[in-house]
Each structure stands twice: as C-alpha cells, then as structure tokens.
Ligand binder design. Structure first.
Ligand SMILES: C[S@@+](CC[C@H](N)C(=O)[O-])C[C@H]1O[C@@H](n2cnc3c(N)ncnc32)[C@H](O)[C@@H]1O
Length: 351
C-alpha cells in the first residue's frame, strides 16, 4: 500500500527536490511484490478465520518460520496485516478485498498483475528499444492456466459490475436476433445482454483456454442453448454475418492502427446494415475522466499494453477516425458511471 506520509514528508518527496521521490517507488514496489508473495503463499486465506502465531501459520502455509515472520512484519508495515500478542491478523482492508471467497474480491486482479509484473515487465526496456512486445501475451496466458483463470475472473467480475449499465446504454431493437462478442472470453457481457433480451442469441469468439470460463458462465446462467462458443483467432475465425450487435470489449487496445482497422472492418462485415458495434476501452486523453487513480491506471495500462502486446490506450478521436474508415457512422462515447476508466464507444454501420 502506498507509504503513509505527513503533508511535510509528501512535500519533501513530491513537490521539491529535497529527497528522491524514487525512494517511495522502491518501498511501494517491495510492498506490491510482498503482497503478491503472501497471496500465493496463502497467508491471507490462512488468517481468514482469525489471528495465528507464526509457527501455526508456517504449518498451514508450508513456509519457513523465520522467512515467514520477516514477510509478516513487512506486511504489517505496509498495512496488509496487524500484529498483537504474538499473533498476526488480516487488516480490515485485507479481509474485505483479498480473500477469494468475497464475491468482488480484488485477489484475482492482484494475483494476475503480480504475475504479469514479475514475469513480463522484467524486460520493459527491451520492448521500448525494439518498438514491440518481446513475446505473445495470450500464448503466455494460455500456457499458465492459473494466471489465465485469474485474468478471466478479473474481467468477468468487472463485467458483473459494468454489464447492467452497458445493456441499458445499448439499444437493442425488438427485431434484433443476434449478438457477436469478439474476444468475449468469460462471456459475462453476452450473458447480461441475453438475460435482458430473451429474443437474442449470441456467438462468442475467443481462444480455447479463455472460452473454458465462458462455458461455465453461460451454463450457470442457463443459457447454453442460446450461446455458441466458437474457438478461433480474432483475425481469421469465421465471425458470421448479419449480426445486430458486435461487441469488441477491451480488444482494440491490444493492437496498433492497422490491426485495429482490420478488426473494425471484420466487425463491419459481420454486421447487418444499420447494426451497431460497441467498444469498451480505457481512453487516453479523456476530458470527462476525473484526475486521480483512474488517470494513473490508464497511463500504466497503456505502457503495459505496448510492452506485452504492442498496443496502447487510444484517444477517442483516433477511434472515431478508425471507425469511420471501417464504414461506421454516428460514433458516441461515454464514461461508465461505475468505473473511472471504462468508456463505452458505439457506432452504427452505414446502411
Ligand atoms: C482483455 S480480454 C477482454 C475480454 C472481454 N471482451 C472483456 O472485455 O472482458 C481480451 C480477450 O481477447 C482474447 N484474444 C486475444 N487475442 C486473441 C486472438 N488472437 N484470437 C482470439 N481471441 C483472442 C483473449 O483470450 C481475451 O479473452
């Protein structure tokens, strides 16, 4: 967690050159690495039912008692744990956000980002020098079922938060029959649409590993007979034709202009005239987004996209330009009320 600073300390670090601000980053980086280790070691789950002394915690997690104790003390310093009377306990924030059984737990997101930053970000300089990623991010994910499951769970939970508003914002005419979700993986968004619109059917195209969670989401919603999960590549798979609505959620930011244009043209070819495409994207240069963590996240995310996939966060006007080139009109965007980063961008295929 960010190191707590008094106003004078913050001023010395951030508003003057009296002390190196990078020292704070060093401490925060160690805090992030330590909480990832604790998550993977099962420390927070082991403390879910109450405080434990270190020897019992070591027995439950399988860790070395001395190493574990030093990690626990660091986590107390960073605010993830508390200690009293020779026992350690989860802090209130840890109990609320880092236990996996909590429905909107942050644990899958933290676990995913921890794996990503520990593995992929070690050669950040290389992608900046080379001008592109040093590997295939989605192939890397598909080879790591645990990280892939955390990634898709993180996105599925976001879909549970954002889905209702997105369904409200996207008009689906009474005659609409068919929705295509390109790169829809966990299938949370098509499930939200099909639940609200009983006449709709959906096709979800994604890689086989990603669709495993999609199959679970669809089955849990009782929608198996209305959803086709189609394993294939976004750039080559048969996307069908005549769909009323195409979702491209969190997809185009993985690519630069040419490939994004290819994907938008594929979406256009899969739609009926007058059909709608919808993109969900964290936009760069978004005037309606308040300053703060959301803005910081988008900058970090854009760097991550470039490093891991050769993509980036797009500006709205760039997307308008690309959508028009692909044959779309009536482009609109809106920052979702339950997010400080996610913009819904919609456009209509010229008839
Ligand atoms: C960032 S996730 C977005 C998932 C979902 N649309 C959402 O917004 O929550 C990108 C998705 O695209 C899929 N994907 C990436 N590259 C792909 C490719 N070449 N072919 C098929 N699917 C791909 C991934 O497996 C993943 O499910």
């Amino acid at each position: 967690m960010p190191v707590p600073l008094s106003p004078d300390e913050a001023k010395a670090f951030l508003d003057s050159d009296a002390a190196p601000a990078a020292y704070l980053d060093l401490l925060d980086a160690v805090s992030f690495r330590a909480v990832g280790a604790a998550l993977r070691l099962g420390v927070f789950e082991a403390l879910a039912d109450g405080p434990l002394p270190v020897d019992q915690l070591a027995a439950r997690t399988g860790g070395d008692p001395l190493g574990l104790r030093i990690l626990l003390d660091a986590l107390v310093g960073f605010g993830y744990l508390t200690s009293a009377d020779g026992a350690w306990a989860n802090s209130a924030n840890t109990s609320r956000w880092l236990l996996r059984a909590v429905p909107d737990s942050f644990a899958p997101a933290l676990s995913f980002w921890s794996a990503l930053l520990t593995h992929w970000w070690q050669d950040l300089e290389a992608s900046i020098r080379a001008g592109g990623p040093t590997g295939d991010f989605y192939a890397w994910l598909e080879q790591r079922p645990d990280v892939l499951a955390d990634f898709q769970t993180m996105l599925r939970r976001l879909a549970a938060v954002l889905g209702e508003e997105i369904v409200e914002l996207l008009p689906v005419p009474a005659g609409a029959r068919s929705l295509l979700d390109v790169g829809g993986g966990h299938a949370g968004y098509p499930v939200a649409f099909l639940t609200a619109h009983p006449q709709l059917r959906a096709t979800v195209v994604d890689l086989a590993g990603a669709l495993a969670q999609g199959a679970e989401t669809v089955a849990a919603a009782g929608l198996t007979d209305r959803v086709e999960l189609r394993a294939g590549d976004l750039f080559t798979a048969d996307l069908g034709a005549g769909h009323d609505l195409v979702l491209l959620f969190n997809i185009v930011h993985g690519y630069q202009r040419e490939q994004t244009l290819t994907l938008l043209r594929r979406a256009a070819a899969a739609l009926r005239p007058g059909g709608r495409v919808a993109l969900l994207e964290p936009l760069a240069e978004a005037p309606d987004r308040p300053a703060g963590p959301g803005e910081a996240f988008v900058r970090m995310f854009s760097l991550n996209l470039f490093h891991t996939q050769g993509g980036r966060a797009y500006g709205y006007h760039e997307l308008v330009d690309l959508l028009r080139l692909a044959g779309f009109t009536d482009v609109r965007q809106r920052l979702l009320t339950r997010s400080d980063t996610d913009h819904l961008v919609t456009a209509v295929l010229a008839g």
